[in-house]
Write a protein that binds this ligand. Sequence first.
Ligand code: 3IO
Length: 331
Amino acid sequence: IAVCGCKKDDAPAAGEGSDAAPVKAIKLSYANFPPAPTFPCVQMERWKDEVEKRTGGAVEINTYPGGSLLEAKDMMDGVISGQADIGCLCMAYQPGRFVVTNALSLPLGIEDAATGSKALLKLYQQFEPEEFADVKVLAMFTTAPSNIMSKKPVRTAADMKGVNLRASGGAARILEAWGANQVGMPMSETPEALQKGVVEGLFSSLEVMKDFKYADICKYVTMTDTVVYPFAVVMNRQKWQSLPEDVKAVMEDMIEEQSLWTGEYMDEHVNESMEYSTGEQGVEVIELSAQDKAELDAMLAPMVVEWIQQNSAEIDTQAIITAIKEYISSE
Ligand code: 3IO
């Protein structure tokens, strides 16, 4: 069937009004774990709208934000088993499963989400890690660099010691290196943990200050600008193979575009979120002294070398790090 470039009222199906959508639209479900206003869901709605438009209504995508179809840690297996056709996952929640792509969350000096997203997609395309063999990758992107959001001020490197801060994956190991007490959980469980006092803050990208209303409770942001969180959007492989070629072509053409769009959206939204936090919410932004920043950076220095050594039996770790550094410096 011709799906692209064909207006939906060109050839109405039998028994169908000329203004109706095609009767046999392909329906796809798309699962996401955080609430609708957050960036993984904003990019999901953008992808849905573009795919529906570019396929001329031949594809209909039903989105399920907030873990209503699959929860954070079930995303990959849920898509592989077909509980959802498409899913958006944060790879930090299963660090051992996504060893290659999680290399992006090592302290390598990625400055923003646009750079991180470009680098992550290239990394995936160059190394084709086998953990994605059972799915079709539709997009990959990262958050902006992580900073500390907390109820009490963290003004020095010493202030971090023993503070319960929530993080996941590579970011969690950064907090450990700094002597904070890292508590691991998906972002979707963090609002309750903050509310109950299980954690006193978190370590993530700053758009969450607005999108999760953390600015209501975390009145301090300490700028560390370290490590991004890598994300993937994946489709069930059999479902992908069942799609008409012209539908596949639309989605294929959108892989890079969607990945970069999301990185840019993230960077802009971090700025918006911090304007809101400092302007309307009275949040204080703390800059560490040059000496403290150097001390914290020095504590992270061994992490990349350790990662190269620890994973070298399974993957070409040196080549992966060299490739990432190349992608980043070509920005
Ligand atoms: C994230 C996850 C869900 C919604 C918004 C978000 N912003 C940053 C993240 C990264 C993340 O998953 C995390 O655990 O910090």
